[in-house]
Ligand binder design. Structure first.
Ligand code: PNW
Length: 441
């Protein structure tokens, strides 16, 4: 018998998460400018089956029905992102009011349904006009980003409960500028490091500017973080694990919490390091109201090419490791204390099948149960986690994998745009209903 799940606090935020380019579609409607993902999707061979987000889940038109769906799941919060090129089609300067109108309606629609809006400003869809000037490698981008953040804030204001600057800067810098598996598809480590530096400055400048507006909204950022384990206790494996931890976790945590980059990684990058102004970098360490954590899996590091045997894996090939969410949050709280944390993403892709209007995704049900059990343990031991956002509300455009990976708790038929609750959505609905006292246990 599994241990029962610890009861969650009454004021806990229960939500689902999405992002603009992955669900909205309407890529060229109402004055939206092109983003780097529109351009990237046109490059042959970049996205599986040549797919793109031009229509996606058509959420831009179906948003009311989607918000009803979220409310129907007994949730009280929703995490979404704003598409920068809808607001500023050229990235800066001219404001597209119709773009702001969409998010204005969305935020009001959430509030009408008792759902707290948690807004992410940057979930990877940079205006192409800014990429033409170098994108995140351009030293002026902190200024462009701050202008964008203020434009959104001045329209939506404190109707939005929380503003997050960036979703997973590691993905933007590393996948976008080094590995080249995400837009803009550059493969240049030096440029990736420069991009990550500019993201830190943009984050700090934007938070400072939003504070300057005397906002009552919570301000924070979202990082993708991983426990990193050495495969053996050999000094080589241990050292390799520490280095990986410095490159993927602390490279993003240290600037935000301490205003510096971690030494171990700085030494490792050596000559590739961009010119950093230590005084300027301090701006990244703004006091935050929350840190958002996206947890998917752990890294297991072997210098001898060992791999984890018998690990259960998702359709992404990621290890299913529920205990990781407990370990990660305990470690974070010890080393990088924040006033509160949200789990801003956690979830899994599996090979789901829709049969007779049903999706029996037991693997995803178990994934959620087990992660919520281990998260509950961290909370019971004093880690101030105040919300959980399952990734994702519905199947959507999974970046370089196109529509081939299904992360939703709601199934999407991309021919008809019909949404069908999977068993995991029903399980989550009942679980949250009980936790919130809406349903009897
Ligand atoms: C996150 N990795 O991305 C994103 O925030 C979502 O947009 C995405 O759909 C979701 O996770 C599922 O992939 C990640 O390589 C992309 O470790 C790549 C990695 C992790 C997260």
């Amino acid at each position: 018998m599994k241990d029962p799940i610890h009861p969650y606090p009454a004021d806990f935020a229960w939500g689902v998460a999405t992002s603009a380019y992955q669900i909205e579609g309407a890529a060229f409607e109402d004055g939206r400018g092109p983003s780097i993902w529109d351009a990237y999707a046109l490059m042959p061979g970049k996205i599986l089956n040549g797919e793109n987000g031009t229509t996606a889940c058509d959420h831009y038109h179906l948003w009311e029905q989607d918000l009803d769906l979220i409310k129907g799941l007994n949730l009280n919060a929703y995490r979404f992102s704003v598409a920068w090129p809808r607001i500023l089609p050229e990235g800066m300067g001219r404001v597209n009011e119709k773009g702001l109108d969409f998010y204005d309606r969305l935020v009001d629609g959430l509030l009408e349904r008792g759902l707290d809006p948690h807004l992410t400003l940057y979930h990877w869809d940079l205006p192409q006009a800014l990429q033409n000037r170098g994108g995140w490698a351009n030293r002026d981008i902190p200024h462009w980003f701050t202008e964008y953040a203020l434009t959104v804030y001045r329209r939506l204001g404190d109707r939005v409960k929380s503003y997050c600057t960036f979703n997973e800067p590691w993905c933007t810098a590393e996948l976008g500028y080094h590995i080249g598996r995400h837009a803009p598809g550059i493969q240049d480590l030096r440029m990736a490091l420069l991009a990550s530096y500019h993201i830190q400055l943009a984050h700090g400048d934007a938070i400072a500017a939003l504070r300057g507006e005397n906002t009552r909204a919570e301000l924070g950022t979202v990082l993708n973080l991983y426990p990193v384990d050495p495969a053996t206790d050999s000094p080589e494996d241990q050292e390799a694990a520490l280095l990986l931890d410095a490159k993927i976790n602390r490279w993003y945590l240290d600037p935000v919490f301490r205003g510096t980059f971690p030494d171990r990684a700085v030494q490792h990058y050596g000559d590739l390091m961009p010119e950093i102004d230590p005084e300027r970098l301090k701006v990244a360490a703004q006091p935050l109201d929350f840190l958002g954590v996206n947890y998917y899996y752990r890294y297991w590091v072997s210098t001898e090419g060992k791999t984890l045997q018998n690990a259960e894996r998702t359709d992404m090939g990621w290890e299913v490791y529920p205990e990781g969410i407990y370990r990660l949050m305990k470690d974070l709280h010890r080393e990088y204390p924040a006033p509160k944390y949200y789990i801003t993403e956690n979830g899994a892709a599996f090979k789901d099948e829709l049969v007779n209007g049903q999706v029996h995704d037991e693997d995803r049900v178990r994934f959620l149960k087990d992660h919520l059990q281990h998260l509950g343990r961290a909370i019971a031991e004093g880690v101030p986690v105040k919300g959980y956002f399952e990734w994702s509300l519905m199947d959507n455009f999974e970046w370089a994998f196109g529509y081939s990976k299904r992360f939703g708790i709601v199934h999407v038929d991309y021919e008809t745009q019909k949404r069908t609750l999977k068993d995991s959505a029903k399980w989550y609905r009942n679980f949250v209903g009980e936790q919130r006292g809406i349903l009897q246990k």
